[in-house]
Design a protein. Structure first.
Lengths: 256, 249
């Protein structure tokens, strides 16, 4: 029963992906397009298998900064959301434009600054860049979750004498959890992107470096290998966060 | 037990001040079931928010056991009209919320809740989430949550207002039965005259905009009561009288 349900869920997207790959494979073979323009999926898989140790070395470097950046960014976003939630409204309105500003400046524009300041061997510039892209979705989602708490429930809690802390721990925080996880899912997919971009701009290892080398030598198959790894990692992040969500979000607020 | 003295409350609407509560004086003795009845939107819920300490009156004082509690929260146990069970808590976890807020250890609170669930015949719902229950069942849990709160005075704000007529009828019987066995002090808001007469020892009738106490009735029927009361001459007379008062004011 469980296996049947699982098949019903992942069957359709799986068929779609396989069909696309088959179309791609035959398309390349029939049209005779040069491999440096568009390699066949089988060629990409072959390259992945042949140079796996090297690819994995770069992937694991990116994974390391992405996970660290995601954790730090999510923690910073949540902490900032809690702080802003408890602060006076005027402090909140003072902070808000500043936070929007961090999202308005393109990463490409500020990343070189961090690299100049901390050096491209350091993990710090990469970490800061990933944090910058990851904290925002978590912050916004959490703030929204806190402020959308049911008014009747808040009144009930205040009526029976709940303190500000109890109101937060027992009502506002659990109420915001589904929102928070939506934010985390967005942040999770951003973290790989942030990692690759920061490596592209200056690093010793990582998929960003691997891609830059592949690009300058027209190794299109390697670019596709890198893309495959990034997509796979993003999917794993998403699945892990969704699993955490199922663990922590209970009752009717769980989305099935 | 509870005494409200000369409560006045006004709200600012645009440029004018609107008086919602006009010189309300009422009291509830220990172990008494007192109802407040009035037209919808006459300010009954505002009165509860004052008693609950969410707002302060413009003038007047509220005493609980002789202590002035005006503007202080946490002295009453409360059951609101709208479903305020937390969807991420099971029935038993919802039931202990007020005990948790009062600082009782979770394990001990859960034991109390389970005893009560069993006593009320609800034990098979203990581990269910609220969304799996019917509206009437959810209100039973909300009532239990108020019942096992450490505060003596229970304020029930139109607890059956959102239920269909049949369920409402069942719930009145259910509440009557539990109350007559346990005799907690209850202040009950309703706009159903029959509900008020059936359940209460005394009834305050409020007027509309601004609300003030029009009359106070002592309900003469002996307990235990049942719905057969509804057919008695005296019941019908009382109902007609209150109905008349609500129509004039």
């Amino acid at each position: 029963m469980k296996i049947a349900a699982l098949l019903a869920k992942i069957g359709p997207p799986l068929i779609m992906v396989l069909a696309m790959l088959a179309f791609w494979e035959t398309g390349v073979a029939v049209s005779g397009i040069e491999p440096w323009r568009l390699p066949a999926p089988s060629a990409i898989a072959g390259e992945l298998a042949a140079s796996f140790p090297r690819v994995w070395m770069h992937t694991s470097a990116t994974l390391k900064v992405a996970v660290m950046g995601l954790l730090c960014g999510a923690a910073a976003g949540l902490a900032l959301a809690v702080a802003m939630h408890f602060l006076f409204p005027w402090v909140r309105s003072m902070l808000y434009p500043l936070i929007i500003l961090t999202q308005n400046i393109p990463i490409i524009a500020i990343a070189p600054l961090f690299i100049v300041w901390f050096g491209f061997q350091s993990i710090l510039p990469k970490l800061i860049i990933i944090m910058l892209v990851c904290f925002f979705p978590v912050l916004i989602a959490a703030l929204q979750g806190f402020s959308y708490t049911d008014r009747n429930m808040v009144n009930y809690m205040r009526m029976i004498g709940a303190s500000r802390g109890q109101l937060f721990r027992k009502l506002e925080f659990p109420h915001a959890l589904p929102h928070l996880f939506s934010g985390l899912k967005v942040a999770g997919t951003y973290s790989m992107m942030g990692g690759v971009i920061s490596e592209w701009l200056g690093s010793e290892h990582g998929l960003g470096v691997y891609m830059r080398l592949a690009q300058s030598s027209f190794r299109t198959d390697r670019l596709f290998v890198a893309i495959t790894m990034i997509v796979a990692a993003s999917l794993v992040f998403f699945a892990l966060i969704a699993a955490l969500e199922r663990m922590f979000v209970r009752g009717s607020r769980r989305k099935e | 037990m509870l005494e409200c003295r000369n409560i006045i409350k006004e709200f600012q609407t645009g440029k004018s001040r609107m008086r919602v509560l006009d010189n309300i004086t009422l009291k509830v003795d220990k172990g008494e079931f007192v109802s407040i009845i009035g037209p919808s939107g006459c300010g009954k819920s505002t009165l509860f928010q004052l008693i609950g300490g969410l707002m302060t009156p413009d003038s007047g004082d509220i005493f609980l056991d002789g202590r002035n509690i005006t503007g202080q929260s946490g002295h009453i146990s409360y059951m609101p009209q709208h479903n305020t069970l937390f969807p991420w808590r099971t029935v038993e976890e919802n039931a202990i919320l007020a005990l948790e807020i009062a600082g009782e250890p979770r394990r001990q609170a859960l034991r109390t809740a389970r005893e009560w669930l069993e006593r009320l015949g609800l034990e098979r719902y203990a581990k269910e989430y609220p969304h799996a229950l019917s509206g009437g069942m959810q209100q039973r849990v909300a009532f239990l949550r108020a019942l096992i709160s450490p505060q003596e005075l229970m304020c029930l704000d139109e607890p059956f207002g959102a239920l269909d007529a049949l369920t409402r009828h069942d719930m009145q019987q259910w509440l009557l039965d539990i109350w007559e066995r346990h005799r907690r002090t209850v202040l009950f808001i309703t706009h159903s005259i029959e509900e008020a007469i059936l359940l209460s020892d005394r009834i305050y009738v409020l007027s509309n905009k601004p609300a003030s106490v029009v009359r106070e009735f002592a309900v003469p029927f002996a307990r235990p009561r049942s719905e057969r009361l509804l057919e008695e001459q005296q019941f019908v007379r009382l109902r007609t009288e209150i109905h008349g008062l609500l129509r004039i004011h």
